[in-house]
Each structure stands twice: as structure tokens, then as C-alpha cells.
Design a protein around this ligand. Structure first.
Ligand SMILES: *Cc1c(COP(=O)(O)O)cnc(C)c1O
Length: 462
């Protein structure tokens, strides 16, 4: 039985019209797009679940904040407001704005990593991995085993494998590990949370070997909500207190504010100890790559909106509604026997497309096939997180087989309503009913050398 939808803790003041194309039009559009959803125009998508990044709806207070943004080049009021909000929420000594998450990585990682160094994470997000490698170091994932089994219900499937972490540090040599990164929530594992206990244990290991711990904190508020809901001893604690405890275990954070910052563009770097020697090189890199350190690539008005959004994201009613949306969709999928990474995570629903199309081989891309079917069925845009995204072996050029064949429905914050989600789950049920008739997937007709999934062209496999 589907669970009850948590009513929105807001009402709608501004609307953005949507348009549903006919099935014939949708079939023509996806063909014109060479069966790559990134080539579709936004206006041709009825429900756009491509990403939860930068697709958030701002509140009236945030829009009001835009009007009082201070655009001073140096020392803008809006910068101080953002820095104060960051210091207050995370209890950190230094807050550096940057234009988005990968900018934080580009500024920080070269200071701590270089040739011969390693960075270890519960699971690296793709740009985070790229910036570790651009800094000359190697990136290693070390997530708990249960993260790899979509059907297995377990709490905190995003956790670091702490036994594995200590073993890796000893094998590589502690002096060669430049950084440990905890991604919260664990995006690549399906928005799965990391427990406070796991953060504490990871922190203890880092301290023992004198290695800095960075929280890749795009979805820090959603993670705190899961701790409050599922971890013993946290049910009665305010979210802000949980957030402060989470961040107390790390030395620094890098953040894409396009997620839980509830803005459309922005990022942050935080350093716990304001007297650290890290401060100077962070500011220096920021000035080179992003802009003077009191704006870091953001407009004054953007910093104003982010200062407000950070507080809105740690509101209990908002988080109950937000995670409630995921649970609502998941419960309807349970009713229909559709398998997803479960229990459902914080920012989306990752459908097990291989389970939907058991006979489709990985090299015909089950996750991409389901994404295309969803667009044809109801104008829903979402993406593959599977072999299509993974790409080819760099040495042999052979298609790699992913551990999962997911189709990701990422849910933008405060954007879609219960009725929209009913359209999505109805479409999935309709596709499941005719899944046996979908015997072939897609093949690639052209691909660029790296990050191919954004640009590749596909055609139906024959
Ligand atoms: C989105 C994201 C990033 C990169 O941030 P951008 O704002 O897209 O540059 C880094 N890490 C995680 C976990 C993310 O989700």
C-alpha cells in the first residue's frame, strides 16, 4: 500500500507552465536527439528528473534576498552574511564561497594532493574523482559491501568500509594518503546516507594516521535527516545540532551548494580551524581561479540567497516533506514490484533497469533504454547510471560492465507535486507491463573520448 504523501510545507506563488508533447512528437524529439537525453531541450520535457543539481525552487525570502545583494567587489555585506551562516551552521572557522562544487575541488585538492599521492573515499562523485586525478593523485573508493546490492535493505548503505580504509592506508603508506573524503550523502551509491558512528570511526582512523578528512557535503542536510530518523540516540536532536556533530569529525568540507543549499548556482569551502596554514593557499587559488575571496565567483545576490537557503535546508518540516517524496515514490514502486536501490536515498530513486529488462545485455544499456522509454511514455527526462555512463576500458577500448544498471530519477527540491510523481510511477508501471516486448536496447554510433554519456549518439540496436 502506497504511504501517505507528506503535504508541502509551502504554497505556490509563482508558476512555470509545462507542456506535454504528444507521443508522436516525443518519439520524433528523442530520435532527433540521437537517443541522448542530454540533447533534448528542457521545454520538450514534461517532468525533468535529469538532476537535482541547481534545479531547486527558491523561496520568497531567497528571491527577496536577491534584491539586497551587495555587489561590492571586496568585503560585500552578502559575503559576511554567507560566512556567518556557514560558521553558525557548521561551526567552522573559515568559509570560502566558490561558484560550484567542482570549483571547491579545483581550489583545495592541488594543495593536498600530487603525484604519488592517494585520496580515499566512501565513493567519489565523478567531478571529485576527476579533480583528484587532475591534481596528479589516484582516487580509491572504499564503500561498505551492502551498497552494491540494490535489493538489500540496510541502513546507512553509504558508509565508508572502515576496516578496508585502515587496511588501504597501511598498504599505501599513511604518508602517501593526502586526503580522505566522506561523501554525504553517498551520491554514486544512490543518495545513501552515512551514519554519525561511521563518520566518527573514519575520523578516528584519519587522526591516528595524521590524514586530513574532507566532507564532500552537497547533501549534508538530507544526511542529517537520515541520522535523526534512523540512528540510535538522535531522534530528539535538532537537525542543526546533528549537522554540527557531523562536521566536527572533519577538518574541512567542499560543497556543491546547488543541492542542499537550495540555490541554482553556488559552492563553499569550509575549514574548521581558521588559523590553519591551509587558509593562505586556499585564498590564493581562489583568487586565481574563482575571484577575490569575498565573492569566489558568485554574485553578491547569489551569496545572499545561499545564506538563506542553508537555513531553509535544515528545517525539519522541509526535510520530512523532501524525504517523504522519495518514500512516496518508493512505496508505489514496491506495490508494483519494481526494484530500486533500497531503502530509497535522499535525492532520487535509482531504478534497477536490469531487473526491469532481465534479457538486455549490458552493452545494449538497460538504464539508458528505460530512460528513453520514460521519455516516450510520458515526457519524463532522467538518465542512465550504468554501463552507458561508465564507458570503455581505457586500455582495450572494450565496453565496461557496470556493477549496476540504474535509471536515476533525481528529484529537484520544492519543484514537483504528488500528481507529477503519480505520472512518473504510472509510466513506470506501464513500461513494466510491456517490458517483455522490449527485446533490444541501444548501441552507440558515435562517442567522444571522455565523459561520453553527455554527448554520445545512439541508435536502436538491431
Ligand atoms: C554535485 C556534486 C559535486 C560537484 O558539484 P558541482 O556543483 O556540480 O560542480 C561534487 N560532489 C558531490 C557529491 C556532488 O553531488
Amino acid at each position: 500500500m502506497a504511504i501517505k504523501y507528506v503535504p508541502e510545507p509551502f504554497r505556490i506563488k509563482v508558476v512555470e507552465p509545462l507542456r506535454m508533447l504528444t507521443r508522436e512528437e516525443r518519439e520524433a524529439k528523442i530520435k532527433e536527439a540521437n537517443f541522448n537525453v542530454f540533447n533534448l531541450r528542457g521545454e520538450d520535457c514534461y517532468i525533468d528528473l535529469l538532476t537535482d543539481s541547481g534545479t531547486n525552487a527558491m523561496s520568497q525570502n531567497q528571491w527577496g534576498g536577491l534584491m539586497i545583494g551587495d555587489e561590492s567587489y571586496a568585503g560585500a555585506n552578502s559575503y559576511f552574511k554567507l560566512a556567518e551562516a556557514g560558521k553558525d551552521i557548521f561551526n567552522y572557522g573559515y568559509i570560502q564561497p566558490v561558484h560550484q562544487g567542482r570549483a571547491a575541488e579545483k581550489v583545495v585538492f592541488p594543495i593536498l594532493l600530487g603525484k604519488g599521492k592517494y585520496a580515499i573515499s566512501n565513493m567519489f562523485f565523478d567531478t571529485t574523482r576527476a579533480h583528484v586525478e587532475l591534481a596528479g593523485a589516484r582516487a580509491i573508493d572504499c564503500v561498505v559491501e551492502e551498497a552494491k546490492d540494490p535489493g538489500k535493505r540496510a541502513k546507512f548503505k553509504g558508509n565508508m568500509d572502515v576496516v578496508g580504509l585502515e587496511k588501504l592506508i597501511n598498504e599505501l603508506g599513511p604518508e602517501n594518503v593526502g586526503l580522505v573524503v566522506l561523501t554525504v550523502t553517498n551520491n554514486s551509491a544512490g543518495g545513501q546516507p552515512v551514519s554519525i558512528k561511521n563518520m566518527r570511526e573514519t575520523s578516528d582512523i584519519c587522526k591516528k594516521y595524521n590524514i586530513l578528512l574532507d566532507i564532500d557535503s552537497a547533501r549534508f542536510a538530507e544526511n542529517a535527516y537520515f541520522i535523526k530518523r534512523d540512528e540510535e540516540g538522535y531522534a530528539g536532536k535538532p537537525i542543526k545540532e546533528i549537522v554540527r556533530e557531523m562536521f566536527s569529525y572533519a577538518d574541512l568540507f567542499t560543497m556543491s551548494a546547488k543541492k542542499d543549499g537550495i540555490v541554482n548556482m553556488g559552492g563553499l569551502i569550509g575549514v574548521k580551524d581558521a588559523d590553519t596554514p591551509l587558509l593562505l593557499p586556499i585564498r590564493a587559488n581562489c583568487i586565481s581561479y574563482e575571484g577575490f575571496f569575498t565573492y569566489g565567483g558568485l554574485n553578491g545576490r547569489d551569496m545572499e540567497a545561499l545564506a538563506i537557503g542553508l537555513y531553509e535546508s535544515i528545517n525539519d518540516d522541509y526535510l520530512a516533506y523532501r524525504i517523504g517524496q522519495m518514500e512516496y515514490i518508493a512505496s508505489k514502486l514496491d506495490d508494483a514490484g519494481i526494484v530500486y536501490q533500497s531503502p530509497v536515498g535522499g535525492h532520487g530513486v535509482f531504478i534497477d533497469a536490469q531487473h526491469m529488462f532481465p534479457d538486455l545485455p549490458y552493452y545494449e544499456f538497460p538504464g539508458q533504454t528505460l530512460a528513453i522509454e520514460l521519455y516516450k511514455e510520458a515526457g519524463i527526462r532522467c538518465c542512465d547510471i550504468g554501463s552507458y555512463m561508465l564507458g570503455n576500458d581505457p586500455d582495450t577500448g572494450e565496453q565496461l560492465k557496470s556493477q549496476f544498471e540504474f535509471t536515476r530519477l533525481a528529484i529537484p527540491r520544492r519543484v514537483y507535486t504528488q500528481a507529477h510523481f503519480d505520472v512518473v510511477t504510472d509510466a513506470l508501471v506501464a513500461i513494466k507491463e510491456r517490458a517483455h516486448s522490449i527485446k533490444r536496447g541501444y548501441r552507440i554510433t558515435w562517442e567522444p573520448p571522455i565523459l561520453r554519456h553527455f554527448q554520445a549518439r545512439l541508435a536502436p540496436a538491431e
